[in-house]
Write a protein that binds this ligand. Structure first.
Ligand SMILES: NC(=O)c1ccc[n+]([C@@H]2O[C@H](COP(=O)([O-])OP(=O)(O)OC[C@H]3O[C@@H](n4cnc5c(N)ncnc54)[C@H](OP(=O)(O)O)[C@@H]3O)[C@@H](O)[C@H]2O)c1
Length: 190
């Protein structure tokens, strides 16, 4: 695609989604992956137009660093509601973005929070402290991982992928697992 088309493409894709979903407006529209050849402000500007036109009710961005989070929030007139970045025990470099979201009151949605489809099952073997703490609580290392993220800030909403009811139930129960300050510190340092 001609890179100059990305802002227009974002709007056309939204229109097509509205038609397919048969709705007047999309609840949350997440600008997924910036094209490095396109000025960031142009693409976020297209998302702003969708907000102003009422075609989306809320706007989020993905794969953004702190400067881009602030820029996007400015362009959207302070209406940025979510940031979706990669964050997991193996990939922690989004901590500054998580802290900024906490400061600004913007939802932070860790993607591939369990390490991704091919690695999620082995989380406990790859990260021993998660397995150790899971054993102590009689739960899965994946549940400990999600509870650890949730404890970082009320703005954190991990989005684990799942294809089975058992894993969905297991992950949902992370909202009820309370880890001690010592356990959280151990997982932070792991
Ligand atoms: N914004 C972006 O650029 C971006 C990029 C990549 C992904 N994402 C999003 O991130 C989300 C999740 O990422 P992902 O699916 O790649 O990785 P993930 O959530 O880290 O891992 C998914 C795997 O975890 C397993 N799982 C889930 N809960 C579990 C549990 N409690 N115990 C054991 N295993 C469990 C699932 O198994 P089962 O299938 O067996 O249930 C699935 O294979 C998706 O919504 C995806 O769209 C966003």
């Amino acid at each position: 695609m001609d890179p100059r088309r990305q802002p227009r493409h974002l709007k056309e894709a939204c229109e097509a989604s509205l038609r397919r979903l048969g709705v007047e407006a999309i609840g949350l529209y997440q600008f997924h992956r910036p094209d490095p050849r396109v000025p960031y402000a142009d693409s976020v500007g297209a998302v702003r137009e969708l907000l102003d036109e009422g075609k989306i009710l809320a706007a989020g961005i993905s794969n953004a660093d702190p400067d881009r989070i602030r820029l996007a929030n400015d362009i959207l007139g302070g209406r940025l509601v979510s940031v979706q970045n990669q964050f997991s025990p193996a990939f922690r470099s989004s901590e500054p973005e998580l802290r900024l979201c906490d400061e600004l009151g913007i939802a932070f949605l860790p993607w591939s929070p369990l390490g991704g489809i091919s690695r999620a099952g082995g989380l406990g073997s790859a990260h021993a402290p998660f397995a150790r703490i899971a054993e102590r609580h009689g739960v899965s290392p994946q549940r400990v991982c999600l509870a650890w993220m949730l404890a970082k800030s009320p703005v954190v909403v991990p989005i684990p992928g799942a294809s089975r009811p058992e894993t969905i139930r297991d992950s949902a129960a992370a909202t009820e697992l309370v880890l001690t300050a010592e356990e959280l510190a151990e997982l932070d340092a792991a």
